[in-house]
Design a protein around this ligand. Sequence first.
Ligand SMILES: NC(=O)c1ccc[n+]([C@@H]2O[C@H](COP(=O)([O-])OP(=O)(O)OC[C@H]3O[C@@H](n4cnc5c(N)ncnc54)[C@H](OP(=O)(O)O)[C@@H]3O)[C@@H](O)[C@H]2O)c1
Ligand SMILES: [Zn+2]
Ligand SMILES: [Zn+2]
Length: 374
Amino acid sequence: MKKKMMRAVGVVPHKKEVALLEHAAPEITQPTQIRVQTLDVGICGTDREICTFVYGAPPAGSDYLVLGHEALGKVTHAGPKVKGIAVGDLVVPSVRRPCPDPDCRPCRADRQDFCATWKFNERGINQHHGYMTEYFVDDQKNFTVVPKELRKFAVLAEPLTIAEKGLSQVWQMQARLPWACAKPGLPKGTGLRAVVLGAGPIGILGAMTCVLNGFDTYVYSRSPKPNPKAELVESFGAKYFSTTDTTPAQLAEKVGNIDLVYEAIGVADVSFGVMQVLGLNGVFVFTGIPAPEGHITIEGNQLMRNLVLKNQVIIGTVNADKAAFQAAIRDLGEFKKRWPKALAQVITARHPITDYRDLLVGKSSGIKHVIAFK
Ligand SMILES: NC(=O)c1ccc[n+]([C@@H]2O[C@H](COP(=O)([O-])OP(=O)(O)OC[C@H]3O[C@@H](n4cnc5c(N)ncnc54)[C@H](OP(=O)(O)O)[C@@H]3O)[C@@H](O)[C@H]2O)c1
Ligand SMILES: [Zn+2]
Ligand SMILES: [Zn+2]
């Protein structure tokens, strides 16, 4: 029987092409799988990077890779052994799938975000087709159900998981400090100060998470004020400073003891510059992924002295586990209640699939662009 075909956006690496493709509609093949109709797919720097062919690989046997890893969909079919997800539910899929190594303890414990072999694959990124197509199928364990009232925003869940996992790691790190930071009933970050580096989608969603967690939150990014991103972050209670007119030392003077730096720019020299002003007992979370080549000079002696004498922690984090997806959905609900206008502004525009080329290889602008399939 001839397979039903769907439209999909993907890359054809051997032709160096970004194209609208014909892709076979997937069917459920396992009793625990669900079939999902795609509603929204977010575009991010990773997709744009794959379209420059420095990164990303098709699945074995395919000469193309369907893009898209930030998605929201609606369940249209559920296998006979699916529990807790029903036809009609809104769902957000995760991205990374475990490696096959029986000795990979993180993957065998469903924590492929910590995969110990680096042989995992990622939907829409590496060796596994993504969600920039009309329907997709996956095991139910790779989905988180979304309340219907988050229909407009849940496409932001995946990029928000980076902050959720990052912050969960921070609280685990800070469990080393044997005293409670906040008064009972107040968010854990109350009385603490967070600096978020960058005002892209990862930085803005990170800053919202910090404000929600009670931190006095400062966003430190390139563009000078006034600019729309600065206005957006100040509308939900963070303060904005630009690297063009405020040095890290001046920033630290304004902030006080910097308890947390959440880095979301992917630029090493700026990040290590800010690390020099990380406060006593502070944690520095790296999320940015700079290009591997190139060298920078850092103040190694000063940084090492600070790390030791100020009891500091540096961690890197790559998204994300199931708990982070659940936290992201919960916090999107909170953001919507508290800052509906700001949350809506994180999504710059929704586009038809035919805009794919402009979005993926055109000049980048705004914050988060979304391809709306429905
Ligand atoms: N760890 C993970 O799992 C994960 C997942 C996804 C993405 N990421 C990484 O997270 C980082 C941020 O992603 P994004 O999508 O938010 O990026 P983005 O849209 O490119 O935003 C980057 C932000 O950093 C600012 N910036 C860039 N260069 C700067 C500099 N030299 N000095 C000061 N500010 C600078 C930009 O300022 P302007 O506003 O002035 O342009 C922008 O606000 C990227 O490196 C990405 O690779 C990590
Ligand atoms: Zn992304
Ligand atoms: Zn693994």
